[in-house]
Design a protein around this ligand. Structure first.
Ligand SMILES: [Zn+2]
Length: 932
């Protein structure tokens, strides 16, 4: 009680200090002062996080704060560049947890950690762990401050503690004193995705305090964006997020700044850019688990078996909460539910002791303290980017489970919980849900309030709901549709009873690319997963599931808690859902929910081979989502499946049909093309315009793939465009223009003859004669234009004679490197061996093959679908898996060095007969190049 009164005083005090800037209205808003109590399986996870992480992490990892105290001591602490974020991330999740727990120990813990953090703040406002002479100038120090400022603002909002707001302001002032009107630019701090997120913190500070300097600082960073992630312009010109300049996950925290800037300024460009990026990630990079990222970034391929980092899923969920606030679109809440119940809580061990770094679609669960142990130090054995960030996944429930909408309340979370919120006029409302509808298909909602006037209650009806039924005091509510909110406006009474029920059939989602021929099975929002622990056979022996017989799938009764006693561990938590599904050979396949799979360290798979696999879906590409499209001839283009990916070739696409409609349900159809096998069609949009009538609203389009086993539509929100007679002529994406044999580059390099195909951008060399062209291994290379890199198949081939002087030094025969994790191909010499390598959402390398110095060798790399093969002197010398397709920012390539990185990787060598083909050459053709 005493504490409550103290909090109230804080709130009053805070109001007098903070003169918030006026802001633009969000469709929905979070209720930071709401109280939640989650029960059921998700409630257990929240409690486990509290007991085994939040209440222990700072004590078991005292370096979380101590690193701030010893920042100017000797020897200079050797920290990872992002170490300053740990305490901020921890606190953000802990404040979120406070809204969901009455545990006085947690309040004390957060209060203490905040107080200790503030006590480390330097006189100039510095709140990081790095030495005085480089404050905010290097490392990911601004990124650390972004997290610290956000954490302090959240705690201030929660507790009213004026010291927290004062510390956040002081840190913001240091950012301004360092970078505003000083001639210094945030750009020069480097690591732009991370450090430029300070924009988001400065805009938040402005919104809370009204201080104009913070907004000016944010606008300065906005200018620097143009030389880095270019988030605003890239969001307005139709580029997909994965094709924007900095598609790493940290950039999502910069995108949050677009929402802050819209709230402050109301300028539509910020909102449009943000919505475009969100939809782009949703459409191209959201995984079957609801998680996000492929090797820490967006790649435009959600099927690739690369790492899905916990931090990336946190960032995706954070911008999805923003998108939900901005638009009030129930589908965004569906995405939060999917992420929370699968990839999100799948990253948390049920014990609450640890989060993963990587939560793959198929694989194992490793603790982050295991996978990325390199981040640990004395005093911080368990701290890393993901261990401190993952707890925001359950924490964010407090931001979206129940929200405010103007005059009413929105129920997004349909699991078991109780909450106490307030209407805009301050009237308290209690809302509860009795059961887990995502598991049982049924729940009862209660609304208790003393409100005298009617107010609307919005209840989310998920898009996955089949035959949704909502009963109000036993009577059906009309117009309850999946994928929307049911809105009930009435004067609510304690006696009102709402019953919500859905049918819960098992459904399948067909895979594409690496997952072609496979399916993901869902029941409601739960992704069903093979787990070694539940089946007698191993993953290579999983029988194909039978999509035609899914109606026969049955729920296996879950044993009572504690019934299973594993000798070593006592009760390992039970899965939330266990099902037996029919397979092609009749053997039962037991599947569990994804969040529970692999909890014992066993192997699991969520992409399952299917008998008579469904046709792979197609992704719309041109026009870009949200584009303005002129009247007249317009090309519509998509990424389809170009060849048989499985031996049976049963899921081959035979044709595509393009459909247009004025709504996302595509009923009625406005226009549909005849089936065709090409992955593009040119249409006269005047006809579309006539059919659409006068409505200026967006039109929707999608592509249906047809094959032997039926038709498939991609399970993402359909692309949209507006017809606009004033729109400029369609700008088509550049395409490779190969020669008759697929040549993109062909250059003999013998004598001064120009390339037969392709273009030299620059050439620095020592000698050039009839034998070839020689570079020195120090500062010379030959750079060629590569305006468009082939996405799927290509071949690189060259004759090379390594100079004796190269010794054991590493060097590049060929390099297409464009940026970190964006290297479509390199042929690298290291330790006397040559390797073919790709970096895209992960590293891929063939085995090395010995390459002698002083004699001519012919080296080639062939990428064919999901395989990269190295050839030496016409003989295959090793293969590796590779992404089915890669999207790259590379616009050139080089022989003898890396065209964009001036490290010590030049190669002393002589080159001849260089060629690049936009197709995969056969072994015979590669051999033909050698003997030519
Ligand atoms: Zn991480």
């Amino acid at each position: 009680m005493v504490m409550l009164r103290a909090s109230l005083c804080f709130i009053l005090a805070a109001v007098s200090i903070a003169a918030a800037a006026p802001t633009n209205r969000l469709a929905f808003d979070s209720l930071p002062h709401a109280r939640f109590e989650f029960t059921g399986p998700v409630g257990e996870r929240i409690h486990a996080n509290l007991d085994n992480w939040l209440l222990r992490a700072p004590q078991a990892n005292p370096g979380m704060l101590e690193m701030f105290r010893v920042r100017d001591r000797q020897p200079v602490p050797q920290l990872v560049p992002w170490a300053g974020e740990f305490v901020g991330k921890y606190l953000i999740s802990a404040v979120q947890a406070l809204r969901m727990s009455d545990d006085p120990r947690l309040r004390q813990q957060v209060s203490n950690v905040v107080a200790e953090l503030i006590a480390t703040q330097a006189d100039d406002g510095y709140l990081g762990p790095f030495p005085k002479d480089i404050r905010l100038l290097k490392n990911w120090d601004l990124w650390g401050h972004y997290h610290a400022i956000q954490a302090l603002l959240l705690w201030h909002e929660q507790s009213g503690d004026p010291a927290a707001l004062a510390a956040a302001r002081k840190a913001g002032d240091l950012v301004c004193n360092t970078y505003l009107d000083t001639g210094k630019r945030v750009f020069d701090a480097g690591d732009s995705e991370m450090n430029m997120s300070i924009l988001t913190a400065m805009a938040m500070l402005h919104r809370v305090t009204g201080e104009p300097r913070y907004l000016r600082m944010a606008r300065e960073v906005e200018q620097d964006w143009e030389r880095a992630g270019d988030y605003l312009r890239a969001g307005l010109d139709g580029r997909e997020y994965y094709q924007s300049p900095k598609p790493r996950w940290e950039s999502l925290h910069d995108l949050q700044g677009l929402v802050e800037m819209w709230r402050i300024t109301g300028e539509p460009k910020y909102r449009e850019a943000f919505e475009h990026h969100w939809r782009s990630i949703r459409r191209w990079d959201r995984r079957n688990t609801g998680g996000f990222s492929s090797g820490e970034q967006a790649t435009g391929n959600p099927y690739t078996p690369s790492a899905i980092e916990a931090c990336c899923t946190v960032a995706w969920m954070a911008i999805t909460v923003d998108y939900l606030r901005l638009t009030g679109d129930s589908l965004a809440a569906d995405d939060l539910e999917l992420a929370t119940l699968n990839g999100g809580l799948g990253a948390q061990h049920p014990s609450g002791r640890w989060f993963t770094y990587n939560t793959p679609m198929d694989g194992v669960r490793e603790a982050s303290a295991h996978t990325i142990v390199f981040q640990s130090r004395a005093g911080t054995p368990e701290l890393n980017c993901c261990s401190v960030n993952g707890p925001r996944i359950p924490g964010m429930l407090s931001e979206w489970a129940v929200m405010a909408a103007n005059d009413g309340v929105v129920i997004n979370w349909l699991g078991a919980f109780r909450s106490a919120v307030k209407l805009a006029d301050g009237t308290p409302v209690k809302i509860s849900s009795r059961d887990e509808i995502w598991r049982s298909g049924w729940t009862e909602l209660r609304v208790e309030t003393a409100a005298k006037n009617p107010f609307p209650l919005r209840v989310r009806i998920p898009a996955w709901a089949v035959a949704p039924k909502l009963l109000l005091n036993g009577k059906p509510v009309p117009n309850v549709a999946a994928g929307s909110y049911a809105v009930l406006k009435r004067k609510w009474s304690k006696r009102d009873k709402l019953e919500l029920s859905f049918e819960m059939p098992v459904r399948f989602v067909p895979g594409a690319n690496e997952a072609a021929g496979k399916v993901s099975l869902y029941r409601g929002p739960l992704l069903l997963t093979y787990d070694q622990a539940q089946n007698a056979f191993d993953e290579d022996g999983i029988p194909p599931v039978n999509p035609a017989k899914l109606a026969d799938a049955r729920v296996v009764e879950i044993k009572a808690r504690g019934e299973r006693t594993s000798a070593a561990t006592g009760a390992v938590s039970e899965p939330w859902l266990v099902m037996d599904v029919p397979t092609a050979d009749g053997r039962p396949l037991r599947l569990v929910d994804f969040a529970s799979a692999g909890a014992s360290g066993t192997r699991y798979r969520s992409w399952l081979a299917a008998a008579n696999p469904p046709t792979a879906p197609a992704f719309t590409q041109v026009p870009a989502d949200g584009a303005r499209v002129p009247l007249g001839e317009v090309r519509f283009q998509w990424r389809g499946q170009r060849r048989a990916r499985v031996a049976s070739s049963q899921n081959n696409v035979t044709s595509y049909r393009v459909e247009f409609a004025t709504n996302e349900s595509f009923v009625p159809l406005l226009l549909a093309t005849n089936g065709g096998s090409a992955s593009r069609v040119v249409l006269n949009t005047t006809a579309l315009s006539r059919k659409a009538g006068e409505t200026p609203a967006p039109l929707f389009w999608r592509v249906v793939s047809f094959g032997e086993n039926g038709e498939t539509i991609l399970d993402v929100p359909p692309a949209r465009f507006t017809l606009d007679p004033n729109a400029p002529q369609q700008a088509l994406p550049p395409e490779p223009k190969p020669g008759p044999n697929g040549e993109l580059i062909a250059h003999s390099l013998r004598g001064d003859a120009a390339p037969q195909f392709g273009e030299v951008k620059s050439a620095k060399f020592t000698t050039r004669d009839a034998e070839g062209t020689e570079v020195n291994g120090r500062d010379q290379m030959l750079v060629y234009a590569m305006p468009v890199w082939p996405e799927e198949d290509f071949t690189i081939a060259v004759r090379v004679r390594l100079s004796e002087s190269q010794g054991k030094r590493a060097g590049q025969i060929f390099s297409g490197w464009a940026a970190g994790m964006d290297d479509p191909l390199r042929l690298m010499v290291d330790g006397g061996k040559v390797f073919a390598r790709i970096e895209s959402g992960g590293g891929f390398s063939t085995p090395g093959a010995a390459i002698p110095t002083g004699s001519w060798q012919h080296v080639a790399a062939v990428k064919r679908g999901g395989t990269l093969t190295l050839f030496v002197n016409g003989q295959p010398a090793g293969s590796c898996a590779a992404p089915e397709f890669t999207t790259t920012q590379a616009k050139d390539c080089a022989l003898g060095g890396n065209p964009h990185f001036t490290g010590n990787e030049f190669l002393a060598a002589r080159f001849a007969d260089f060629c690049v083909f936009a197709r995969a050459l056969t072994a015979g053709e590669v051999h033909g190049l050698v003997v030519k």
